[in-house]
Design a protein around this ligand. Sequence first.
Ligand code: NDP
Ligand code: 2IT
Length: 445
Amino acid sequence: MSYIERVIEQTKLKDKDQTVFIQAVEEVLHSIAPIFEKHPEYEKMAVLERLIEPERVISFRVPWTDDHGQVHVNRGYRVQYNGVLGPYKGGIRFHPSVNLSIMKFLGFEQCFKNALTTLPIGGAKGGSDFDPKGKSEGEILRFCQSFMTELYRHIGENVDVPAGDMGVGAREIGYLYGQYRRIVGASERGVLTGKGVVYGGSLVRKQATGYGLVYFLEEMLKANHIDPTGYSVIVSGSGNVAIYAAEKCFAKGMKVIAMSDSKGYIVDENLDLEVVKHIKEVERTSLEKYVEYAGHGEYYTGSVYDGEVCAKIVLPCATQNEINLERAQRLIDRGVVAIAEGANMPNSNEAIALYLENHILYAPGKAANAGGVATSALEMTQNSMRLAWSAEEVDSKLQDIMKAIHAQCLQAMREYDLPSYNYVAGANLAGASKVIEAMVLQGEY
Ligand code: NDP
Ligand code: 2IT
């Protein structure tokens, strides 16, 4: 059995209940085999075992009181995965599904994504199984304060810098930052990113993941001589990533015809993104309201990937494992040209294998959605310089970073003699080789 296979088998035994974590490990490890063929000495140094085991997993109690005086207890996490490239960095997710397996899959992916950004950040993830849906403003505030009351001791601008993810946006980051500042008694802006612009947040951070996704998509299409002007697009999700991916698609002359949320989806040849923004960012409610507010379009319950709608470009921007083998086959049957992941791991490993078999252009999340964390790192830079860049400056740096990530993927494909559509292996090889090189140089054993 090869070193890679042995470590995968060990992980399956050791963490047998952590299915999404095992999925992420298999996806990465299978494509980085060439690094270990080049460097057989890495086995003796247990490089893979060290790559897979987080440096630290913190799990904590988060008690909070609802508006009726009832006390609840949720579980909080911070997984500080790998710090060889810089302070731990990664988002915080508030969603009822959050568990250790999800935290570890996200933290593991984040290490390679952050390496690809070209900026000095290590990998981490955190969150809680708290469900923000239906909670009052006061309940969200109290939950965030309680979460930070434990988290503060584990983070710092040179230690670990959290940001948003599902269920955590600028509002929550504000409450978290306010509590951190009260406890620590110092203004340390660089400890969190995704802050409000008025107190140290970066312009364009809110838009960065979605915009960056479309910049990456453009690069990938350009490398394959495809002009997407006029192409139809399905964007799944209608949260932070999805909304700004859709906005940039429209700006680039593509046509978003469907978006979704956890209950259903809308299909509209004249999709009104302002209405979606209003529903999701202002009212924080369901897309069910879309047809009434927009005066056109259709609403369906269920997954957008099970419906009739088809498009040349598909941008999954909701959550993990939205597209399984069957849904992937349907996309291919209906003529999809490119799939680029705004979400983390929205495609199953079987779906990815099918895209590769069919030579479909497929951009993995750790490359395509890295614009969010990259702009977070730009926010850290601005905070440590105590100045703020203009939106144009941040956006232009974001575009350069997405181009550089794309170039790294292509370079890795060339270096390892892979076909030029294999962005999965390209991104994994480019990201992992940096992390591994830094681990080897730093000793750590
Ligand atoms: P948000 O919470 O802002 O939005 C999530 C969206 O996904 C919502 O529209 C939500 O619907 C929908 N959704 C949730 N669960 C499901 C489901 N089971 N089926 C269909 N739709 C669902 O999160 P973000 O936009 O921040 O994150 C989306 C994805 O992008 C995640 O995978 C995240 O890890 C990833 N990501 C985020 C980055 C960021 O900067 N925020 C950076 C890089 C990646 P509803 O409104 O009904 O809840
Ligand atoms: O998955 C991700 O890259 C994020 N949620 C963004 C993390 C960050 O630190 O900005």
